[in-house]
Design a protein around this ligand. Structure first.
Ligand SMILES: Cc1cc2nc3c(=O)[nH]c(=O)nc-3n(C[C@H](O)[C@H](O)[C@H](O)COP(=O)(O)OP(=O)(O)OC[C@H]3O[C@@H](n4cnc5c(N)ncnc54)[C@H](O)[C@@H]3O)c2cc1C
Length: 292
């Protein structure tokens, strides 16, 4: 830990695989087989942040494949070990200051002493920080959304059509107002989540108190950068791709949305059937039709 804390070494977290993304635990194919004082690791890990430059990896592998989530262990792997390789550095649309890689482990021997926690108890290690990680990613989305809104407002003021700035048109003002509301909703929910993490004891940044917070659920989605993102995309601004990517890291927004809906129903003690009417979703073609 000291070299990771002082920055003299770089770590990465190797969970996701080519065939195991949202279902990282269920579909995991990487195995670690005990052989004397070592484990022999075989498998591929994909989209690994810091992968190209990491000195060590916190790697998850199946030690008892028949036991599903109860058969996964966590290991600290020295990336200089024979059999551990960076197979490719990925080229991303955004987040380019953060390097991402595919890693391969071919008969890579990892000392049993490098197992983190008990054998087959890796999921507890993983879940101890997952919600904390998600909460830390949300402010990145917020910053990108704020910037996308700023760019949209500036563009609406500068761009003239029909002899005046498009910001003078009520339809454009309405869109900007919607974006502003979404950014502010996102900010409020984001701060609410971060505040609930404030007093967490070490090791409870996963599906503990933060996940099951009894405070009223805010209605917004932490990944509400999407409308400003769409605006930015039309203007071909680089902010777009970073926001899109950040809605995938640590679990894509579709899955997080499903998780949040489950949490909200549990908190309110209602079943999906009695969860109340759904807010209508308006597509762009709906809006066009309504405008004509
Ligand atoms: C920039 C970046 C950095 C990353 N860093 C790391 C890292 O350091 N370590 C690491 O291990 N991983 C990392 N990841 C991987 C990341 O956690 C996965 O990309 C993520 O879990 C989604 O997996 P996937 O891309 O395979 O998408 P898939 O699982 O294939 O999902 C595809 C789509 O289907 C939707 N979907 C899937 N299942 C459901 C469901 N049940 N309900 C509703 N919708 C669903 C998803 O929302 C998504 O839109 C990183 C990813 C990115 C983009």
């Amino acid at each position: 830990m000291p070299p990771l804390c002082d920055g003299s070494q770089i770590g990465c977290l190797a969970l996701t695989e080519p065939g195991a993304g949202s279902d990282a635990i269920g579909s995991m194919a990487t195995t670690a087989v005990r052989d004397g004082d070592d484990y022999v690791v075989n498998g591929r890990k994909l989209y690994i942040t810091n992968g190209p430059v990491a000195d060590v990896a916190l790697l998850y592998a199946k030690t008892d494949p028949a036991r599903g989530a109860r058969g996964i262990s966590a290991f600290i792997v020295d990336m200089k070990s024979p059999g551990a390789t960076v197979t490719q550095k990925l080229v991303k649309m955004g987040f380019r200051g953060s390097q991402t890689a595919e890693l391969a482990f071919d008969d890579c021997r990892v000392p049993a002493a490098n197992r983190l926690g008990a054998e087959n108890a890796g999921v507890a290690c993983l879940m101890s920080g997952l919600d904390l990680e998600r909460a830390m990613i949300a402010p990145i989305c917020l910053g990108i959304a704020e910037r996308a809104l700023e760019l949209s407002v500036a563009h609406a003021r500068e761009r003239e059509q029909f002899g005046e700035p498009i910001a003078n048109f009520q339809m454009v003002q309405s869109r900007l107002a919607d974006m502003y509301v979404l950014v502010e909703t996102m900010r409020a929910y984001d701060y609410h989540c971060l505040a609930s993490l404030n007093d967490l004891p070490p090791g409870e940044g996963g599906r503990g108190a933060a996940h099951a917070s009894r405070r009223p659920a805010a209605p917004a989605d932490t990944n509400r950068e999407r409308p400003p993102v769409r605006t930015a995309r039309r203007r071909r601004r680089p902010a777009t791709s970073s926001a899109g990517i950040s809605s995938v890291v640590a679990g894509p927004s579709g899955c997080n949305h499903r998780n949040r809906s489950g949490s909200a129903r549990r908190r309110r003690g209602c079943t999906p059937a009695s969860a109340g009417p759904r807010r209508p979703r308006w597509s762009r073609s709906d809006r066009r039709q309504a405008a004509t």
